[in-house]
Design a protein around this ligand. Structure first.
Ligand code: DIG
Ligand code: MN
Ligand code: MN
Length: 389
């Protein structure tokens, strides 16, 4: 099998809502037939090489389904998982579609809505655990405000914290051993979103009762919507040991959340992301939280899913070539200037080190004159991506 054919070992996953997206948008109805969860799993089986499938509670069991209907749906879904060998990797709660959450879920101004949101999440965790999900994602799709007169943002964050603390304790009480992954998104669908970037959540996690249980699920399109460098957001999560999951897709700047096929809008940024993940041996799921163009039919949806995985594998191969490229290695030698003695002196404070450092002379002009051939390095990077020898 060549290195560009996906296999379950690559840990590529898709949500039921991604390849099952019927093509609806705010200005037009569905362009594709609605598929059942079992039909979506069978479609992923046709894609080949998919490791896992993810779901919101109501992607699998509609919010008003009877117990009988729910059992039938779960039976059909379980059979499709067995038929295809696809696993359930991640579960999450839909706390954003039903009108009851119009003013938020965990941060709602209504204590009854907040309690219902926690109850709904507990039940969704039960459903995820029933299918073996070990990652649980929280995307606060309606946690925000159109006017900050509606609620004190400090109080809103406190409500979110209380809900997470309760659900971490539920996770422990039930013995699910799930890892919670918090997903940020700026600017929509509420006028102003709480926890708009991955950084906001990295700041929240240490204030929780069970910080070790909680990490982040950064999404490419969401940091791009905030005009940020996604690879740097992932680096911050990796440095904090908090990259518990990742949502891969793509996004043109200055647009609504497009959830494009991975690498289709900005392949150079996608390359640096894959290089970071591979250089740092990220061993979590690679979830494509993306969907096909509204113009796609079923066959093109399958090509969309194959394209997501193929792009990741191509960029993983490009990262391997970049790391061993002679010109890149020559340039990195010029750029990175090590000095073991100075690095030792400035690692781990001591009064002696401080006085030695204070006594040193640095020749600013000489330092400033040192070459940094970044144009050459970036051009070489682009040429490797474009397949130039
Ligand atoms: C949007 O990017 C969100 C929802 O699709 C889901 O709750 C989460 C899981 O990946 N991503
Ligand atoms: Mn998105
Ligand atoms: Mn997402």
């Amino acid at each position: 099998m060549n290195s560009l054919s996906p296999s379950p070992r690559d840990k590529f996953t898709f949500g039921l809502w991604t390849v099952g997206n019927p093509g609806r948008d705010p200005f037009g109805g569905p362009t594709r037939p609605m598929l059942t969860p079992a039909e979506i799993v069978d479609l992923l089986g046709e894609v080949n090489g998919v490791h896992g499938v993810n779901f919101h509670d109501n992607d699998l069991v509609p919010i008003d389904a009877s117990a009988r209907e729910a059992e039938q749906i779960k039976t059909d879904f379980r059979k499709a998982l067995r038929r295809t060998g696809i696993k359930v990797a991640m579960a999450t709660t839909n706390l954003f579609t039903d009108p009851v959450f119009k003013d938020g879920a965990f941060t709602s101004n209504d204590a009854e809505v907040r309690a219902y949101a926690i109850q709904k999440t507990m039940r969704a965790m039960d459903l995820g655990a029933e299918f073996g999900a070990r990652i649980y994602v929280f995307w606060g799709g309606r946690e925000g405000a159109e006017t900050d007169g509606a609620k004190d943002p400090v109080q809103a964050e406190a409500r979110f914290r209380h809900a997470l603390n309760f659900l971490c304790a539920y996770n422990l009480d039930r013995g699910y051993r799930m890892k919670f992954a918090l997903e940020a998104k700026p600017n929509e669908p509420r006028g102003h979103m709480y926890f708009a970037t991955t950084g906001h959540f990295l700041a929240l996690i240490p204030t929780l009762d069970h910080p070790d249980m909680v990490g982040v699920n950064p999404e490419v399109a969401h940091e791009h919507m905030a005009g940020l460098n996604f690879t740097h957001a992932v680096a911050a999560a990796l440095s904090a040991g908090k990259l518990f999951h990742i949502d891969l897709n793509d996004q043109e700047p200055g647009r609504y959340d497009q959830d494009y096929r991975f690498g289709s809008a900005n392949p150079k940024q996608a390359f640096f992301l894959v290089k970071l993940l591979e250089d740092h041996r990220y061993d979590g799921f690679r979830h494509f939280d993306a969907h096909a163009y509204r113009t796609a039919d079923r066959a093109d949806v399958i090509e969309f899913a194959r394209g997501c995985m193929r792009m990741y594998l191509i960029l993983r191969e490009k990262a391997r070539l970049w790391n061993k490229d002679r010109e890149v290695r020559r340039l990195l030698k010029v750029i990175h200037r090590h000095d073991r003695a100075l690095e030792r002196l400035t690692t781990g404070y001591s009064a002696r080190a401080a006085s030695r450092l204070l006594a040193m002379d640095f020749d600013r002009a000489e330092l400033a004159a040192r070459e940094l051939p970044y144009e050459r390095l970036d051009q070489r990077t682009i040429e490797i991506l474009m397949g130039m020898k």
